[in-house]
Each structure stands twice: as C-alpha cells, then as structure tokens.
Design a protein around this ligand. Structure first.
Ligand code: ZN
Length: 284
C-alpha cells in the first residue's frame, strides 16, 4: 500500500501546541494563540490542536481565526481524568470540555482516561467504570457534534494517568460503549513498541481511528513525560506506524506532539516549526 505523499503537501500536518510548551505554565516562548495560528498558516500547516488552558472563554473566536487562516481545529486536549485519583467526582467538567470543543469547532476531543480508581487494584475495575462514563459523555458529545478519542498511554503511565495501555484495549472499550462518535487516538510515543498495531487497527476498522500523533521515542530518554523526541531523532519506525494507521483506512491529520522541556521548548518557536515541516516531509 502506498503511503500518502507528504513531500509537497502539508495539508495533513497539524501542530499540537504542546510542542511549543503551551500545555504547561512557565514553558515555551510565550507566544500568543494568534502568533501560533499565523506562524502555522504561513508555513502551510493544515491544522492545530489546542489545550483547554489556552482557550479560556475565547473558543468561538479562536476557532474562527483558525478557519479564516485556511486551517482546521483538528482537536482539543483534553477531558479531565474520568477515572482514578485525579478525577473530579462528577462528569460536569468533562461535559464542559465537550462544550468547549464544540464552540471551537474541533473535530475531536481527546480523552486521557486517568488511573486506577481509588479503592480498587489493577485495571479491570477501572476500565469497566471508564466504559460507563465514556458512554454517558458520548451521549452529550453526540448532541454537540463532537467525537471523543480514547488515547491509550504507554504502560509506564499506569497508576495515576491511565487505565488504558494498548490500542486493542481502547478499541475494546469503544466496542463496549458502542457509540458512533467514540474512537481511538494513536500516538507514536505510546504505541511504537506494539508489534500487533497493524492487525489491531485493521480489525477495528477505519471509523475507530480519530487521531494520529507524531513524535519519536529517544533511545536514551531522560524523562518519561517531558523528553519526547522530534520525528527522526529516535527509534520509532515512523513510516511503519503510519503504514499501520493508513493501512487501516485513516486519512486524517498527523498531529505533531512533542513534549520536550529540556530541548524543543527551549528553542525559538519559528525554528521548531521549520524543523517540524522538514521532518514531516522527510521522516514521517
Ligand atoms: Zn498524544
């Protein structure tokens, strides 16, 4: 199967603003949302993915500005945790994040599930609760025209961040929920080691893949959260992973999401964006 050709076409390229340090206070160069939109539009990016903390009460205006620049709002990160120690007691805040995604005109709202539910051990109990809560949220999201993407995380994030570790588990939860607007986000950082990825995605079907996140796994990574590599700098087989995703029928955005406190967040955002464009054309 031939992969989509990105050498001259950047319409599938999306920036997750975390790559400029925007998901955490005190990181990055402090560019405004408007500066980021303009810089990405200038370079021919197809879309943007924001974090809730950047949006505040300006969801509609920001969405409008992205579209006026010829791009799409590919996604919004993310719901609050809905299981585990960090999860709010009710789903109210999660519902509000759905409303924000709708106001922004975002294609997808990402769900990082949260960890093992307090008072339980292991992950099965938490996954059951997860399916119940996602089903409730999916109903509200459907009314708002929002799709929900469950993002499985690398197993080292178990405990306090996730109860979902593989794409296969995420697709199983989707099947249990049974809603048309719930699928999975496939992030290179979390799946690069998974040799069953291609068959799992193909069995799940194209309608289940709602996002594809790009970065790289550094062989000598120094921090599991904030030391992601730029595409091409690590050991993930990026072409093979894209072949698995596109082979299963995915034709959507490729979202660059590089959390990198010690390296890329220290650099001039213009240099980071230029590097992304070059790596997207040649490495992905
Ligand atoms: Zn991701």
């Amino acid at each position: 199967m031939a992969l989509r050709d990105f050498t001259g076409d950047l319409s599938a390229l999306a920036l997750n603003t975390a790559t400029l340090g925007h998901n955490l206070a005190g990181y990055g160069a402090g560019w405004s949302v408007e500066q980021v939109i303009d810089a990405c539009a200038e370079r021919g990016f197809g879309g943007l993915v924001f974090w809730r903390r950047e949006i505040g009460m300006r969801a509609q205006a920001i969405g409008k500005r992205v579209r006026a620049s010829g791009m799409r709002v590919v996604g919004l990160c993310r719901t609050p945790y809905i299981t585990g120690p960090g999860a709010p007691v009710t789903l109210d805040e999660a519902r509000e994040s759905v409303d924000m995604a709708a106001a922004l005109g975002a294609d997808v709202l990402t769900i990082v599930t949260g960890g093992t539910e307090i008072g339980t051990k292991g992950v099965e109990e938490s996954q059951k609760l997860l399916a119940e809560r996602v089903a409730i949220l999916a109903e509200h999201a459907a009314k708002c025209g929002v799709h929900l993407a469950l993002e499985p995380l690398n197993p080292m994030f178990g405990g306090n961040r996730t109860c979902l570790f593989t794409v296969a588990e995420a697709i199983r939860i989707c099947d249990e929920v049974g809603a048309y607007n719930v699928g999975v986000a496939v992030d290179v950082y979390h799946v690069w080691w998974d040799t069953t990825l291609s068959e799992t995605l193909t069995a799940g079907g194209p309608h289940r893949i709602l996002g594809y996140h790009l970065c790289d796994w550094l062989a000598d990574t120094t921090d599991m959260l904030l030391d992601r590599g730029m595409m091409g700098d690590g050991v993930a087989d990026l072409k093979k992973i894209r072949r698995a995703v596109e082979g299963a029928g995915y034709e959507g955005a490729c979202e660059v999401e590089v959390f990198s406190a010690g390296n890329w967040w220290q650099r001039d955002p213009a240099e980071v964006l230029d590097t992304i464009v070059e790596r997207f054309r040649t490495q992905c």
